[in-house]
Design a protein. Structure first.
Ligand code: NA7
Length: 542
């Protein structure tokens, strides 16, 4: 295999990633007449929805807000099959978008971007790639846009003995496209986040034995997932004009927002009725359209957490197992809340056992399974639902070097910095989506925030190209610092900042512990619009 890179014809923009953001970014820039090349490591489009094809994968956002808004025809013609689409349906949707808008001709699949180096002499990036067949290429581009997704860089814990296991070990985000036959097998799952919960509830009935290795129990809301018929879809479509207006201005990019009433103004009976009504909805509305003080006020959050724990407890027959499944180290909603479908009942099954890793930590992976401090658990397949190096991981895994050779990995290794999650000072003409300090990094219905960021980036590029002689745009150090201070001020008011999770970078060893996602989609969008209206104030165009 050749290490010698052949140069491709130069382009105006390179986009990394062909998922929700990347496809739309290509569409927008091409519409503006730019020559664009998209690279993706995967062999198909879809990003997250390409990779995460593990059993039970589906969105926790309802389909009517988990989609593109740019094409009336697409909205009119695409028929969502259920309220919370499974992975295959969302992947099909994204493939349909790629075909319908003839996007594939500018997408190079099975090709990883390995490095991107800023060349000040010609004010362009040199992007290097490596294809799955070993071919190395380079391409020169004026703009570089990362559409790598907030939760795309899998974390595989460094358990000793990993290599010695003679069964199959698989991370959920690298599930083989052809699937794994788990029927009749002894399966272990490490991790009980949103992903682990989906896997566990799906595979429990088909495997011979399921051993769940749980470090931290999670709250979860029962999902109500009706199939849609024509009448449902017609009603949904009738609401699209209103939904499309609304998603940009809510707290997390859904079409619902928090209850406007102050907690103190509501009687305990009314509070209870509100929570019961939201719980029965079977969606994230229980989390996102309840009382907003639960995100800030410990006492109010405690009451909410008690409500959810009571709902969970009654579903588990054995009180000892129930006690292990009830979260006590963090409040409800201070981490990403998953939806579930029969998850807690799984632990009433005779073929399922729950290992509490606080009681018996994993010491090693052996040839035959997992060893904890209490003994050995023989397995045929070990599933790692162990999460992601969120928001920063996909970018620090690429060797990105800005002005004066500044390495993004080293830069963020000391202190994560961005201007609105859209640019990083020191990296001219680099635009990021789902980077830290934007809602898209964590607190957002991803398609809403990604589309908003892509729109802003596309408008900014159009503006720069229209300025006579202008070649570069770069956030100023001052603006970046001001934005981070503003982000921190909001983040630190919340209970989220006090909880260990991927929201705060606490799940990755050595990562700076801080809230990654800006809180408030509507406010963020207003701030972005303000910058744009003031001719990109805070961004130097040279
Ligand atoms: P999460 O939410 O980060 O969950 C990862 C799970 O894996 C969580 O239960 C972790 O326990 C567990 N974990 C991670 N490392 C270890 C080790 N070393 N030992 C034992 N257990 C471990 O990732 P998901 O994939 O579920 O969800 C990510 C997002 O993707 C999700 O929120 C959606 O937005 C889509 P811990 O809680 O750290 O104790």
């Amino acid at each position: 295999m050749s290490e010698i890179s052949s140069p491709l014809p130069p382009v105006d923009a390179v986009v990394i990633g062909a998922g929700f953001a990347g496809l739309y970014q290509l569409y927008r820039l091409r519409e503006q007449g730019l020559k664009v090349r998209v690279f993706d490591t995967a062999s198909g489009v879809g990003g997250t929805w390409y990779w995460n094809c593990y059993p039970g994968a589906r969105t926790d956002s309802p389909s009517h807000v988990y989609q593109y808004w740019f094409s009336d025809e697409l909205l009119a013609k695409w028929d969502w099959k259920e309220r919370f689409p499974a992975q295959a349906e969302t992947e099909r949707y994204l493939n349909h978008v790629a075909d319908k808008f003839d996007l594939r001709r500018d997408i190079t699949l099975s090709t990883r971007v390995t490095s991107a180096v800023w060349k000040p002499a010609d004010a362009r990036w040199t992007v290097s790639t490596e294809a799955s067949d070993g071919k190395h290429e380079t391409v020169s581009t004026q703009f570089l846009i990362t559409c790598t997704g907030p939760v795309s860089a899998p974390v595989v814990p460094p358990f000793p003995g990993h290599e010695s296991f003679k069964g199959q070990i698989v991370h959920t985000a690298r599930w083989p496209k052809g699937g794994i036959d788990l029927r009749g097998k002894r399966v272990g799952v490490i991790g009980t986040g949103a992903t682990g919960i989906q896997v566990i509830q799906t595979i429990a009935p088909e495997v011979a034995e399921l051993t769940v290795f749980q470090r931290t129990p999670n709250y979860a809301i029962p999902m109500r997932n009706p199939k849609y018929g024509d009448a449902d879809r017609a009603a949904m479509r009738a609401g699209y004009p209103e939904t499309r207006k609304r998603v940009w201005d809510t707290f997390v990019g859904f079409d619902v927002d928090a209850d406007p009433r102050a907690y103190a103004d509501v009687t305990p009976e009314e509070r209870r009725a509100t929570l019961e009504r939201l719980w029965a909805d079977g969606s994230l509305n229980f989390w996102l359209s309840g009382f907003r003080e639960s995100f800030f006020d410990q006492a109010i959050n405690d009451e909410l957490s008690d409500f959810v724990r009571d709902k969970i407890r009654v579903r588990i027959h054995d009180p000892k197992i129930a006690a292990k499944l009830l979260p006590s180290d963090h409040g409800f909603g201070t981490k990403r809340v998953p939806l579930e479908n029969g998850y807690f009942e799984v632990y009433n099954r005779s073929n399922v056992r729950l290992i509490d890793l606080h009681e018996e930590p994993i010491t090693t992976i052996t040839r035959t399974g997992v060893r904890t401090s209490a003994g050995d658990y023989p397995l045929d397949v070990l599933i790692l639902a162990t999460g992601f190096d969120a928001s920063t991981g996909t970018l620090t895994r690429i060797d990105i070097r800005g002005r004066d050779g500044l390495s993004l990995k080293e830069h963020w290794g000391c202190d994560i910095r961005t201007a609105m999650g859209l640019q990083v000072h020191g990296f001219p003409n680099l635009f990021t989506t789902s980077a830290p300090f934007a809602p898209a990094a964590a607190f957002c219905n991803a398609p809403t925030c990604l589309q908003q960021q892509v729109d802003w980036i596309s408008d900014c590029i159009r503006y720069v190209r229209a300025q006579p002689g202008a070649k570069t745009v770069e956030a100023t150090r001052e603006f970046e610092a001001k934005w981070i201070a503003h982000h921190d001020e909001i983040a630190n008011l919340t209970l989220i900042s006090k909880t260990k999770s991927w929201y705060t970078g606490a799940n990755v060893e050595g990562k700076q512990h801080r809230v990654l996602g800006y809180l408030g989609v509507g406010n963020y969008r207003a701030a972005c619009e303000d910058v744009k209206a003031k001719a990109y104030e805070g961004f130097e165009i040279a």
